[in-house]
Design a protein around this ligand. Sequence first.
Ligand SMILES: [Zn+2]
Length: 461
Amino acid sequence: MNITFLGACGVVTGSCYLINIDNKNILLDCGIYQGKDSDEIKNSSFEFNPQDIDYLILSHAHIDHSGKIPLLYKKGFRGKIICTKSTKDLCSVMLPDSAHIIEYETKWKNKSRKKKNLPEIEPLYDVETAKKTLPLFEGHEYNENITLFSGFEITLLDSGHLLGAAIIKIHINKDKDKFDFVFSGDIGNINIPILKDPTKINFSDYIMIETTYGSKDHKNPRDELKKLARIITDTFKKGGNVIIPSFAVGRTQEVIYTLNNYVEKNIFKNIKVYIDSPLSSECTEIFQKYEKDYDKEAKDLLKKGDNPLDFHGLFFTKSKEESIALKDIEKGAVIISSSGMCDAGRIKHHLLNNLSRSECSVVFVGYQAEGTLGKRILDGDKKVKIFGKEIEVNSSIYNLQSLSCHADKKGLLSWIKNFNPKPKKIILVHGEESSRESFKNALEKEGFKVICPKLGEKLSL
Ligand SMILES: [Zn+2]
């Protein structure tokens, strides 16, 4: 079996790996590059012929893992996309949404190109193409044994990172090749609302694992959530709003869950929480459909009759007009909007309206990639540009990144230590170079054999 590393090597986006075995081509993830990694050339092409791909095994719905699927289709891919049922459902709204953002951004780019007398560019893909990929998706349950072809069996295990997110366990049983290969996908943080902890696995010959937080440890997410309550109370006292840039899927539902707990315990009375993202609303409905995959705590709430993703004072704004009307709210509102790194979407309008007001707060609850607006605000820039306007940053900025849906260094290490005996090789991907190096050192200290493949490198197993 050969594996070629085609993305997320030394960076955290663009997850994509190509397995070749027995004249079959299997892609693991087909993600897009985002933030500073976003590269027009890398995003608009493939290092292989999409028509030659037989299967795409998709770890989860996040766009840095799935965002190039419509382009893959556009360039001729007609194979099967294997994932969990909930990932399939999430992709059915997230891919068209991604296409929508791409079309919108291309329109903007073309406006400025026209002024410079440059020819128009085409969007990477459009909404229609994104929708055409959906019949290729084949949804499975966690823990089901799926035979793709003779001697190639996979199992999707709960990775605790996002609804439907999976660790991909591959069992190869060929004449010459007999081994297990585990691709971690994104490994979840422990103690996160709604989601279960990552599945422990005790055997594999090879592991390919993400290293987003390979050099950092998180604080306890539950303590961070307590901080959120205090920030909201203090901001309301000052007469401001709390703005939370949040990934539409995953983090937003975790924040809703947390606020629901506070409302149920009467910590907040008459709070108004606006989820200003049509995608978030749709994804929240999908979350509600998969209650069977919730962790015990969330299931216990359901048993008591409390829907953990709904409470009095929670509003989903759908139309543009409803979203614009939020501009008139001066105080006492929590506005949760996407994109999570503030580079696109309605969040930019809310930052434009609130960032310069000292009585307001902006709370970051997720990873901010280098080069994004979110990262600049988080790094303490005193002025930022939004829609071409220079805005002073006077509001209080908070960083609750321990709410991350990624395991920290300790979490990754302890997950790997479940494997007994030690795997023959551990392949590190999906992390900034410094993070990957730091995690490599930590693993080598424990006696593991580790490799950090470069982009484009091919490995024979
Ligand atoms: Zn992810």
